[in-house]
Write a protein that binds this ligand. Structure first.
Ligand code: FAD
Length: 348
């Protein structure tokens, strides 16, 4: 007997991470009754860089989850650093925000409860077989999605794998930019998440590399972190780039990482999930999941290009100095690319 046997609602969302909760909220706002089931207990933490781009902040605001300075640390753009050189691009107008995953999860859970979403924590859904009790099934169960498998939506267009680890330090941010430090075999993402805390995420192809060993290759960053206390234990995850041919079948739809994932170097997974949540709720309200399939593809297009370009730079280390020099000479180019991260930009 499964925990969902006998339960009824319009929608069952499998997975109560950021994507699942955002989808549940968006669907409730359209008037649907929604049940969310997640294996884990809140607040759910995850290996993540924890930067939410302006378009993601805007999408969350439209769900009734406004993020302010009390929730994290606003950042005004992205800075790429390699050796002694750096290029940066401020967002135009809006800010992004670094928010601890546990805080984000608490805020999303609180909003879902306010809207009377039924929340089943500690509940694994192996196969949403009781689908007769639910009009629609939403798979928001992450990269290894069981819903994707059981709906036969597993066929992927492109695949790459890297490894990500994150750690937090008690340290006042030295900048209001997210910094991406590039090295020979990895990147470090540094995101301010509070006035006295920063998050550091290591992204690498090397499955054996860990944060401490990698930091030795980044003397400036290492010096900054040297005397700061760690405020979290390390968490790691495989980072997949996976694009699916289809994200819907019959009355089942996928959202967030279950619906295809981007390398974390793009820093767009969360923002994309929040935008997909709105698109999915609109499509279900119209009774037509084909609209979601089309909008999902449009939303993913530019972030996928961006992630692939950055992954190419990861592989072609000899090319990077030239690229950084070019961008330093023409900073408006990077700003124009980042303009698509803001509300009203193409990502939105
Ligand atoms: C190192 C790293 C750094 C990153 N940095 C950033 C960043 O800076 N900015 C950004 O926007 N994105 C970033 N990302 C990507 C971002 O973390 C993901 O895109 C985001 O977590 C996706 O959310 P989700 O809800 O789809 O999946 P998840 O967060 O994986 O949530 C899935 C949920 O489903 C539940 N679940 C799984 N199976 C079942 C089941 N059978 N039954 C019930 N529940 C189930 C899980 O318990 C989990 O809570 C990063 C990722 C990594 C790995």
């Amino acid at each position: 007997m499964s925990a969902i046997d006998g339960l009824k609602s319009d929608v069952l969302v499998v997975g109560g991470g950021p994507a699942g909760l955002a989808a549940a909220i968006a669907l409730r706002l359209q008037g649907f009754s929604v049940t969310v089931a997640d294996t884990r207990q809140p607040p759910i933490d995850a290996a993540c860089g924890e930067g939410i781009l302006p378009a993601g902040v805007d999408a969350l605001g439209r769900l009734g989850v406004p993020l302010g300075a009390a929730d994290g640390f606003p950042f005004r753009g992205i800075r790429f650093i390699e050796g002694a050189g750096s290029v940066e691009a401020p967002f135009s107008g809006a800010s992004g925000i670094g928010v601890r995953r546990t805080r984000l999860h608490t805020l999303l859970t609180r909003r879902a409860m306010e809207l009377e979403v039924r929340l089943l924590w500690g509940t694994r859904i192996a196969e949403p077989s009781s689908r007769s009790s639910f009009e629609w099934i939403v798979g928001a169960d992450g990269q290894q999605s069981a819903v994707r498998r059981s709906a036969g939506l597993g066929a992927a267009l492109s695949l790459s794998h890297r490894f990500g680890f994150r750690r937090h330090y008690r340290l006042a941010p030295w900048t209001n930019m997210v910094e991406v430090h590039w090295g020979a075999r990895c990147q470090f993402y540094v995101t301010p998440v509070a006035p006295d805390e920063i998050g550091v995420a290591l992204l690498t192809r090397d499955s054996h590399l860990r944060i401490d060993a990698a930091l030795c290759e980044f003397p400036t960053l290492s010096r900054r972190l040297a005397n700061a206390a760690c405020t979290s234990s390390d968490r790691g995850s495989i980072i997949s780039t996976r694009r699916l041919w289809h994200v819907t079948r019959d009355r089942t739809a996928l959202v967030g990482d279950a619906s295809g994932s981007l390398d974390a170097i793009a820093g767009e997974g969360l923002s994309l999930a929040f935008l997909q949540a709105h698109a999915l709720a609109d499509a279900i309200a119209a009774g037509d999941l084909r609209a979601y399939q089309a909008r999902h593809r449009r939303l993913a297009r530019r972030p996928l290009i961006m992630a692939n370009l950055l992954l190419m730079l990861d592989r072609l280390s000899w090319l990077r100095p030239t690229i950084w020099r070019g961008l330093a000479l023409e900073p408006s180019l990077l700003s124009r690319v980042l303009a698509t991260y803001t509300p009203g930009g193409r990502l939105a």
